[in-house]
Design a protein around this ligand. Structure first.
Ligand code: FES
Length: 651
């Protein structure tokens, strides 16, 4: 008699297996992705399947009625104690007797796909470095006196093909009590990121988790983290804090200077940032109502200076040519080094590789997330922050550089500037006829000209102008004829706007006068325009330098990344000449792509190898020593540019 045919969906994998084969065994034989933590003991329920078409017993058929396809004792007990959903079976217990189609639901797939928010980007395939394994260990035998650890290793190898397990001596005292308490069954959390398996924790008997991971984007101004479930990939909490190193210097170079000038300064900054990382981990755990000790994995992305300071390396070499990194490769290390006392003591951290002395692991994470190396069309990816990381390329070649934009895009060095927070003006429009502004502030859905605005902003007031607000303000001033191409604000007479008043030998434009309510007077001064011109020229010059290097005059699409990049209006960015000319429909925002890259590396081991490969293949371009950067920088001071045409703006 022919063996039954089994077809698994959604994979479509099929084959014949002898009657009586368990679904789990059939899945393994046919290479189907079906999860299991308990190794088929009917304990973990990770192997649940739904019979589709074919002979598969109905839920509730007794053992006696249907010996092969009905529940056996194990499955029946599981249903009694924990309940099986209607139509579900435990794959390790259900047996195949006739031709059948079996559906493996997403939650039973080890390598399930996590859908990312942007439809343009690929889903993340779940394959975290840390997983749980239930094993049964042989009891000790006086006549074969091997240690409990050695027998645990034998069981892990036999049941799960885990060979050469490494174990931290700190874990050893837990081994014997766990084995005895679990009646020789233990659940092991094993980390394997390609450098050999390592035991991170163990529990008596069956432990179903959860296991959590933390993806951290350590920026020079802010630190953001996502707490993820390592099984489902779900983001359970996201939190951010200011980088406490700001008190040692606003930007990267002032922090490098602080390290140079102050003995022990680098160590001071390392301690400050590690304490902040630990606080952030606790905050995320509290927000998600999970135990900090359930965090077993951390990934970290950051620029080279933050990278060195987080790792306890003096960044002084990064402050001068040739900008030598102490190390550029990815690093796998005990996470407790970076987040002391805040997560599981055996947790591991993966620090993404740096691309060059000025182009860090954050740019590598953006490359992983936005994948220009897989793109058919030429993509310019700009991660806008205090430093702009710029990638340009397609599947043939990718170039990278970093450009010192300074903190103006984040509202710093702007007379009415502030960080993006409730009360900050984030959107501005200026009527080209009347030259009157209207604006929106963070935390309020209404424009200031709409009824109810005052009431809605009564608690915060209008407090200042943030990065996206100042970009829109300058671009709108240019479009309304308040600014000339060189960035000079015209007088009230020349522009016909009574909102323009002299400020020394230059002029300023009044956006909002809140002094009557005790608030600030919010203006755009000539100094603000200059600060934005410098920042946007640096960004544009970096992009142009890469375009020169690649021998192109245009790009097919532009991706604005970074928490701030997500809020920039593409139209205003182009009017300002921050980015090269491109059809507006081809300019998209990717949100915090560096954070997404950290999350991809957290949830997928192959992505860790991929990012290292990408970094090896990226061509680095150093803006600091490239004379053409200066030329591009000067020309880019014009709004939108002194000489480059912006034909798409006219369309
Ligand atoms: Fe654990 Fe089936 S494999 S219940």
């Amino acid at each position: 008699m022919t063996d039954p045919l089994v077809i698994f969906t959604p994979s479509g994998k099929r084959g014949r297996v002898p009657a009586g084969t368990s679904v789990l065994a059939a899945a393994r034989k046919l290479g189907v992705d079906l999860d299991s933590v308990c190794g088929g003991r009917g304990i973990c329920s990770k192997c649940q399947v739904s019979p589709g078409f074919g002979e598969f017993s109905k839920h509730g058929v007794s053992v006696a009625e249907d010996a092969l396809t009905g529940w056996n004792e194990v499955e029946a007990r599981y249903d009694r104690v924990r309940g099986l959903k209607e139509g579900r079976r435990l794959g390790c217990q259900a047996c195949i007797v006739k031709d059948v189609v079996i559906d493996v639901p997403p939650e039973s797939q080890v390598h399930k796909q996590v859908i990312r928010k942007s439809a343009d980007t690929r889903a993340i395939e779940m394959d975290p470095a840390t997983r749980l394994y239930l094993v049964e260990v042989e009891e000790p035998d006086m006549h074969a006196p091997t240690g409990d650890l050695e027998r645990l290793k034998v069981s892990l190898e036999k049941s799960w093909e885990i060979k050469g397990l490494q174990i931290d001596p700190d874990l050893l005292p837990q081994l014997q009590p766990a084995l005895r308490k679990g009646n020789w069954q233990v659940t092991c959390a094993v980390h394997d990121a390609g450098h050999g398996p390592r035991l991170l924790s163990l529990w008596p008997g069956f432990h179903e988790g959860p296991l959590h991971g933390l993806a951290i984007d350590l920026g020079s101004t802010t630190i953001a983290a996502h707490l993820c479930d390592l099984e489902s990939g779900a983001v359970l909490a996201s939190s951010g804090v200011m980088n406490p190193q700001i008190r040692f210097g606003e930007d990267l170079m002032s922090r490098v200077s602080y390290a140079m000038m102050n003995p022990g300064g680098a160590a001071e900054m390392t301690a400050a940032v590690r304490a902040a990382l630990a606080d952030l981990a606790r905050a995320c755990a509290a927000e998600a109502s999970v135990e900090p000790a359930s965090i077993f994995e951390v990934t970290l992305v950051c620029n080279p200076v933050m990278h060195h300071l987080a790792l306890g390396i003096d960044p002084v070499e990064l402050g001068q040519a040739p900008f030598a990194l102490a190390m550029s490769d990815a690093l796998d290390l005990p996470a407790a080094t970076l987040l002391p006392g805040a997560i599981h003591p055996q947790a591991r951290a993966f620090v993404l590789p740096c691309i060059a002395g000025h182009v860090g692991a954050d740019a590598a994470a953006v490359a992983l997330s936005e994948a220009p190396h897989r793109s058919d069309d030429l993509a310019l990816v700009v991660d806008v922050g205090t430093n702009a990381e710029i990638l340009l390329g397609d599947k043939r070649r990718v170039l990278a550089c970093s450009s010192p934009t300074g903190p103006a895009f984040e509202g710093a060095q702007i007379s009415s500037g502030q960080r993006a927070a409730p009360g900050a003006i984030e959107r501005i429009e200026i009527d080209p006829e009347t030259r009157e502004p209207r604006f929106k502030v963070i935390g309020c859905e209404l424009w200031n000209t709409e009824e109810g605005f005052d009431l809605a902003t009564a608690t915060t007031g209008v407090t200042g102008i943030c990065g996206s607000g100042i970009i829109e303000a300058v671009a709108e001033m240019r479009m309304a004829g308040l600014l000339d191409r060189s960035g000079l604000i015209g007088s009230a007479e020349a522009t016909g706007s009574p909102r323009i008043t002299p400020q020394g030998r230059t002029y300023e434009y009044l956006i909002h006068d809140g002094t009557a309510e005790g608030g600030p007077r919010i203006t755009v001064t000539q100094g603000d325009i200059r600060a934005i011109q410098l920042a946007k020229s640096a960004l544009y010059a970096g992009a142009r330098l890469l375009m020169d290097e690649l021998g192109v005059d245009t790009v097919d699409r532009i991706v604005l990344a970074g928490a701030f990049g997500a809020h920039i209006s593409p139209k205003h960015a182009m009017v300002l000449g921050m980015i090269p000319d491109a059809p507006l429909g081809k300019v998209a925002s990717a949100g915090n792509a560096a954070g997404t890259g950290a999350r991809i590396a957290l949830l997928n081991r192959a992505a860790r190898a991929e990012v290292q490969q990408i970094v090896r293949e990226i061509t680095k371009v150093e803006t600091a020593i490239e004379p053409r950067f200066q030329e591009h920088f000067v020309a880019a001071n014009g709004i939108p540019h002194a000489s480059d045409p912006f034909p798409e703006l006219g369309r």
